[in-house]
Design a protein around this ligand. Structure first.
Ligand code: SAM
Length: 522
């Protein structure tokens, strides 16, 4: 995919008005993030993996698909403390941190003093500049300058250029947004950035740096009464090192070794000692679901099927190309076809996702008002596979008094998740399919036997969606239901999907507390 093509945008509609570009809100921020990621995913699927971020960012900047361009001190409308980002450019598109360097400043117009004309509003603590103390309430930020092109420190830092806005913020006691960057453990390269709220620079000093030259140090202290953000990451790190430090821990592994990662059970709310008994199974058991006779397994040999596997029959069934790139689902559609049991490719084949088990450390926990729920210790990138809906296939109508039903024939709220073709230089008439309807309805009960998915509660503003997945097993096409992240999900955020409604309307009262709650589900 050449960049020149994408500059044309012949049929592009759906731009943003100037007011929304200047000041956002949570809906706009979420929309910009989701549209951007959809375009990035598609570009990585059809083109050069290494340029997809640059091309997607350039497209969004050219078309002014961004919000919160008005620079400001303090919080940014629509961005919450704890929100996560996987690309620095995402923070620029939503106005959290637009500078390419680790500090952003704004001009102060009415200042008579030349040096106070700029004041720091945001810093990114990551990489070489990352705070080593890992204290969730304060951090030490190193100043700028004195480095050469090899990023060595061959001379002293001075109170000039980027250090001036930091010094001004210290002197004027102005608050600064802090973003902490950490290595993304799920990728070989890449960081995950967490917005840790506002801080105040309480001290600054000079000291001798590693190379013996003078560096500036700024101490920042977190403003009180903000919800924990980096603090949660610190706690998770400790729990991973020593599970016994997890408060409210009831059970170390609900799956009793059946999953490739432990699933702990936690109750910090009341005295209930765990969910009621059920048999833990990791997948859906198919007896005789013969959707259509087996055509061909792939002929890829003992390797991974991927974008370049032109001959892979399974990849070809997914008309847009390999469905997963860099571990995330690119688009939702009627069915995703994975390589199956008769395919000779190996277990780490890129076209095998939901059959390879959990990818994130999940926890079943007691919620305040909806029984047990599910959440992740790890940050989850949009499009990542979370879990399958495991259980027993039942006949429609056999689900009376069963709270653990998944039913493809319910009425689900529509939502937009896929990319816009014109933003990747594709024909705008080539509409991307978003309506998921399964030809033969599938009803799964996880009442007697199930996995972590049976604990996911309903929300009218979900952060998880379901996707039908098909693969060949024992010569038959079998259908499975995979759950994927709709957006980036910070650690310890409850995972919820839309349960849909029966044709006669929702049977249960909804307590999801979303602004868009429609009152009932199921
Ligand atoms: C599949 S189970 C989910 C796990 C369940 N919370 C548990 O404790 O085992 C579905 C049940 O969870 C509760 N639930 C799920 N979402 C809810 C919501 N938004 N509001 C109220 N209750 C909810 C209801 O009791 C529902 O019948």
């Amino acid at each position: 995919m050449s960049d020149r093509l994408i500059e044309l945008y012949p049929f592009f509609q759906g731009g943003m008005n100037e007011k929304d570009q200047e000041t956002g809100n949570s809906e706009l921020v979420s929309s910009v993030m989701m549209r951007f990621d959809a375009v990035r995913r598609r570009l990585s699927q059809i083109g050069d993996m290494h340029r997809e971020v640059v091309t997607a960012l350039r497209t969004f900047k050219t078309l002014k698909l961004y919000t919160n361009t008005k620079k400001r001190v303090g919080s940014v409308p629509g961005v919450d403390v704890g929100d996560i980002f996987f690309i620095r450019g995402e923070m620029a598109l939503v106005g959290l941190h637009a500078a390419t360097v680790d500090m952003e400043f704004i001009g102060v117009e009415d200042s008579g003093d030349r040096e106070d004309k700029q004041i720091a509003v945001s810093i990114i603590s990551s990489g070489k500049n990352a705070d080593k103390t890992e204290d969730p309430d304060s951090l030490i930020f190193t100043g700028f300058g004195g480095t050469d092109k090899y990023h060595d420190q061959p001379s002293d830092q001075k109170l000039e250029r980027l250090n001036i806005p930091l010094e001004a913020a210290f002197r004027k006691k102005s608050i600064v947004r802090v973003i902490r960057g950490m290595k993304d453990e799920k990728r070989t390269h890449g960081n995950v950035y967490i917005y840790d709220g506002t801080y105040m620079i309480t001290n600054m000093w000079q000291e001798e740096g590693q190379n013996g030259f003078i560096v500036f140090k700024f101490q920042l202290v977190r403003e009180p009464d903000q919800k924990p953000a980096f603090g949660i990451w610190k706690s998770v790190k400790n729990w991973k090192n020593d599970l016994s430090t997890r408060p409210g821990l009831i059970l170390q592994d609900l799956s009793n070794g059946a999953e490739n990662l432990e699933v702990c059970v936690v109750n910090e709310v009341d005295k209930e000692n765990g969910p009621s008994l059920f048999t833990y199974v990791t997948s859906l058991h198919h007896e005789v679901i013969n959707i259509r006779p087996m055509v061909d397994p792939c002929a890829c040999g003992r390797r991974s099927c991927g974008p370049k596997s032109g001959s892979c029959a399974c990849v070809q069934r997914n008309e847009g190309g390999i469905p997963y790139v860099d571990g995330v689902l690119v688009t939702r559609g009627p069915t995703v076809f994975e390589c199956g049991g008769s395919c000779p490719c190996y277990v780490k084949c890129k076209n095998k996702m939901i059959q390879t088990g959990l990818k994130f450390h999940l926890e079943v926990f007691k919620t305040m008002d909806s029984g047990w729920g599910l959440r992740s210790w790890d940050p989850i990138r949009a499009g990542s596979f979370i879990c399958e809906y495991a259980g027993e296939i039942i006949a429609k109508g056999d689900d009376e008094e069963d709270d653990y039903i998944f039913d493809t024939s319910r009425v689900y709220n529509s939502f937009k998740w896929n990319y816009e073709p014109e933003l990747v230089g594709e024909d705008a008439m080539n509409k991307v399919f978003e309506n998921i309807s399964v030809s033969s309805s599938l009803v799964i009960s996880a009442k007697k036997a199930g996995n972590v998915a049976r604990f996911m509660n309903h929300s009218c503003s979900p952060n998880v969606f379901w996707q039908p997945i098909s693969r060949e097993e024992n010569g038959l096409w079998c259908l499975y239901i995979g759950f994927f992240a709709m957006k980036h999900i910070p650690p310890l955020t409850e995972l919820r999907y839309d349960y849909g409604k029966s044709r006669g309307g929702g049977k249960k009262m909804c307590l999801c507390r979303s602004k868009k709650c429609c009152g009932s589900f199921g």
